[in-house]
Design a protein around this ligand. Structure first.
Ligand SMILES: [Mg+2]
Length: 244
């Protein structure tokens, strides 16, 4: 189902460590709960994954197919069922990125401590990095060339269109779909979710979150830090906000 006014909750959730986190039994139970409430809960994945490996999750017949996917750290925006891009949003990303993949790869070709990931994506370039070898000058180079970068999990370095990541794209999505911002609940667990927490929207941090994320969000009024990991934290967060 696409977005409509009967949705009293818009669950905008990260996948790895979050919607995919927890024991098999917990996930089965939580996914059942989500499926039983689909008329009320609009499900949006906001993930660092590329679309292909997000769609691969659909092979499990009990896995809830989302209404929308904001993938590739905010750089792809599609309908969950059909994989069709949302043109107004996708065009915005494409404009900001301006076919920069080859330019970025050339710019960073000789930088130490980074290794190109094998993912094929249109609107970002992704590397693995070694925390002890990565140079501050590499990051400066990225910014000076007009891009944003994101470091997460002490392992991933993503080069993104300036001003675009999970949070900004979700805000644009909410506006584009005419959704009520106060109905949105975002969930995440690593630094690539920081921009989601920074939106000011109601937010749930996983109990198993990356410590560097918790450090940055613990003072925020819009964040509920669950003591549970994975799906149990999302469930806990939904209950927390529904009680309010
Ligand atoms: Mg995650």
């Amino acid at each position: 189902m696409l977005a409509n006014s009967s949705h009293s909750v818009i669950l905008a959730t990260d996948l790895d460590g979050t919607f995919l986190g927890g024991l098999e039994r917990q996930k089965a139970e939580f996914y059942q709960y989500i499926q039983a409430n689909r008329d009320r809960i609009l499900l949006v994945f906001v993930t660092g994954r590329e679309l292909d490996i997000t769609f691969a999750l659909y092979d499990d017949p009990n896995f809830p197919i989302p209404d929308y996917i904001i993938g590739d750290i905010g750089t792809t925006i599609v309908e969950g069922k059909t994989g069709k891009p949302i043109p107004s949003l996708q065009d915005w990303v494409a404009r900001e990125w301006n076919n920069s993949n080859e330019k970025v790869k050339a710019l960073l070709a000789n930088e130490p401590g980074i290794k190109l990931q094998s993912v094929i994506t249109e609107y970002r370039v992704s590397y693995y990095y070694q925390p002890d070898r990565l140079q501050a000058s590499t990051l400066t180079k990225i910014v000076e060339a007009g891009y944003d970068y994101l470091l997460s999990s002490d392992r991933y370095l993503d080069i993104l269109p300036k001003g675009i990541s999970k949070g900004p794209t979700l805000l644009k999505f909410i506006e584009e779909m005419n959704l009520e911002a106060e109905n949105v609940i975002v969930c995440g667990d690593t630094l690539n979710d920081l921009s989601l927490f920074a939106t000011g929207l109601k937010a749930v941090a996983m109990g198993n979150s990356e410590p560097k994320l918790i450090e940055k969000i613990r003072h925020l009024d819009n964040v509920y830090i669950s003591s549970h990991p994975g799906v149990m934290a999302i469930w806990d967060g939904l209950k927390f906000y529904e009680k309010e």
